[in-house]
Design a protein around this ligand. Sequence first.
Ligand SMILES: C[S@@+](CC[C@H](N)C(=O)[O-])C[C@H]1O[C@@H](n2cnc3c(N)ncnc32)[C@H](O)[C@@H]1O
Length: 279
Amino acid sequence: MLCEKYIKISKSLNYSPHVRFLAFQSYLTSPYLFRQLNSQSLCFDNRIVADIGTGIGILPYLLKDKNAEKIIGIDTDKELLNTANSLTEDKNLYFICANGFNIPVKDSVFDIIFIRYVLQHINLSGDFLIEVKRVMKDDGILVIIDIDDELNLFYPDLPKSSKNLFKIYSEYQKLKGGDRFISRKLPSFLATNGFRDIEAKPYTTTFFKEKDNGFNFSGVSNAFLLIQNELELVKNDLFNERLIGVVEFHKGLNDYFNFLNSTDDLFVSKTEFVITGKK
Ligand SMILES: C[S@@+](CC[C@H](N)C(=O)[O-])C[C@H]1O[C@@H](n2cnc3c(N)ncnc32)[C@H](O)[C@@H]1O
């Protein structure tokens, strides 16, 4: 049901490209997220849970039937939160507009805090985790899910132009204070900020497309649409910052489409990490 709502939003021109992209990403990644959440053996009964940088609230929705007392999605973006709110009537889900650097709740409120695909975008100074720790109960659990781009594997190798485009996107994210190689750094970052019992588990998603199977609406084509939507959102910035030219940009994207659509065998694998720590 939920997935249907998300795919509808991703296709509807009533929403901004930003909302549509997150709806599509939420739709595509929800099965993996569901598995990641279930494999953590976390108990949600009567717990107060936060999801910092919740976007349109995919994570709260997946947890809504787990008997948590409250699940609070926090984000700085009102438009995303309005969309999140419009998708639910569940009484234990709340969405609040706030910055993760300054969360408007008293000390020691949350039993479990999630942060998914957020830290790759922000300037990760100690302040963020100090604030996260402040709002966690003693023994509370922090669960971070994020990427490390070096673990994206392709066989055959990506076309040069696409590799260049992705490298430039990564540099752009770095210019904005983010980091697409964040996962490997998080365990020591948590330790430095006083978290304990730190664990990092890799989750790999793999697509294999067999020769002559053509381009269809399978995992591989969705992977193309997702990156296309993501790059479309930032392309004007990339051009304005003179990181890449219009022609190079479209060649990189086009070659990636043809690469995925080729009649050869294709192997694509992407690994992200679930990193946990206790206060
Ligand atoms: C890529 S989205 C991930 C959304 C969601 N966690 C998910 O898994 O679909 C990153 C989100 O983090 C939010 N965000 C970025 N910096 C933030 C901050 N300092 N405090 C709260 N939210 C933030 C953005 O508005 C955006 O919704």
